[in-house]
Design a binder for this molecule. Structure first.
Ligand code: SF4
Ligand code: SF4
Length: 356
């Protein structure tokens, strides 16, 4: 997507969905003209629709996402269509996503929409900062509370526990004392990684010793940081209550004045596990995010055109992460990178995952 997107009218199909809502919010914050397109107003999406409207979005309803006639009418005033419907979420038929996209594309072509971005091709993460806002990323981390922060010290990696203490549009904040090795390493490298997991206090085991993980999620973030002066922290704390404790700490511990940092650019993943399928019908849901101009690679292994459609990989995948097709497809958000399909494929058609 070009840099001049602020001049464009951007339609977000399924603009109140898991991906569409944060995307619409982000685009609105960036000053774009956003048209949120939903099937209909329901009890479930009503609040989100109203919040987006209050932020300046126009709302359009198409009845169904395969209604080409109505979609064409809606699209006639739109330059760019982003289909933010989460491809596999809530789908019972493997090919439903493709059918919906085909109809939406038909409508877009009919009225000459300039750009069409279907969700299976990914969305321009440099523009939208992934599919989560900084606030949401912060809230996932806050739910865990204490996190592990790792830095580079010479040729070693050092970890310690700490926590975030606020966020705003500039990033996510944390603090330490200027004299600690942690602070010195941060200053030197301007890099940090952060991770944590919910529900780790009681880890039961099966009779054979297999650990039992309750439904939970882990969080990881790879960040670039900047030191923030005490003056800036004090100024921000006037309108950001989360940062008031940082100001109080500076009063209490003067060595903290020079130890405030913001992760201004980052990428990461929420790795949500439900191994016994208590809350859904598959074990994993991996949601990647980025902010501050960072981007990320999609998760999971990748099936190439060498695939002969034998179906062996689908049989060995216990994560329900492989769908039939030509070639077969991996649903990256469900893929654990367990490697079973890589070993089983008779023609080496499956490539290892990319790093985040
Ligand atoms: S095992 Fe290999 S060849 Fe067979 S369907 Fe899977 S990717 Fe294709
Ligand atoms: S790596 Fe494991 S989880 Fe991922 S698609 Fe292959 S078998 Fe499934």
């Amino acid at each position: 997507m070009s840099d001049n997107y602020l001049d464009l009218r951007i339609g977000v199909v399924d603009g109140t969905g898991q991906t569409g809502y944060p995307l619409s919010e982000k685009l609105l914050k960036l000053g774009a003209q956003v048209i949120v397109i939903s099937c209909m107003r329901t009890d479930k999406n009503n609040d989100k629709l109203e919040r987006l409207k209050a932020q300046g979005a126009e709302l359009e309803f198409c009845g169904a996402y395969d209604n080409v006639e109505i979609l064409s009418e809606i699209f006639s005033e739109i330059d760019t269509i982003v289909v933010a419907r989460q491809g596999q979420a809530n789908m019972t038929e493997n090919n439903m996503t493709e059918n919906i996209h085909t109809e939406i594309l038909k409508a877009a072509r009919r009225v000459g929409v300039r750009q069409f971005i279907p969700s299976e091709f990914g969305i321009d993460v440099c523009l939208i900062g992934g599919n989560m806002t900084i606030k949401e990323i912060y809230e996932y981390a806050e739910e865990i509370g204490v996190l592990v922060f790792s830095t580079i010290s010479g040729d070693e990696v050092h970890s310690r526990v700490a926590h975030f203490n606020g966020y705003d549009d500039d990033g996510i904040y944390f603090r330490t004392m200027f004299n600690k090795p942690f602070c010195r390493q941060l200053m030197e490298t301007e890099k940090v990684t952060v991770c944590g997991i919910t529900d780790t206090t009681i880890l039961d085991h099966e009779e054979d010793g297999t650990p039992i993980f309750p439904p939970s999620y882990s969080f990881r973030l790879i960040g670039e940081i900047k030191n923030v002066s005490p003056e800036v922290i004090k100024e921000k704390a006037k309108t950001n209550s989360d940062l008031i404790t940082a100001v109080n700490d500076i009063e209490k511990y003067p060595a903290m004045a020079e130890g405030n940092f913001v992760i201004h650019r980052g990428k990461g993943e929420i790795f949500d596990v439900d191994f016994d399928c208590v809350n859904r019908d598959h074990k994993l849901l991996r949601t990647r995010f980025s902010f501050g101009g960072a981007s990320f690679n999609p998760p999971g292994v990748r099936i190439t055109d060498k695939c002969i459609e034998c179906g062996i990989c689908k049989k060995v995948c216990t994560f329900k992460a492989i769908e039939e097709g030509s070639p077969y497809k991996v649903v990256g958000e469900r893929c654990d990178d367990c490697g079973s399909c890589l070993l089983a494929c008779p023609v080496d058609a499956i490539e290892q995952s990319l790093t985040i």
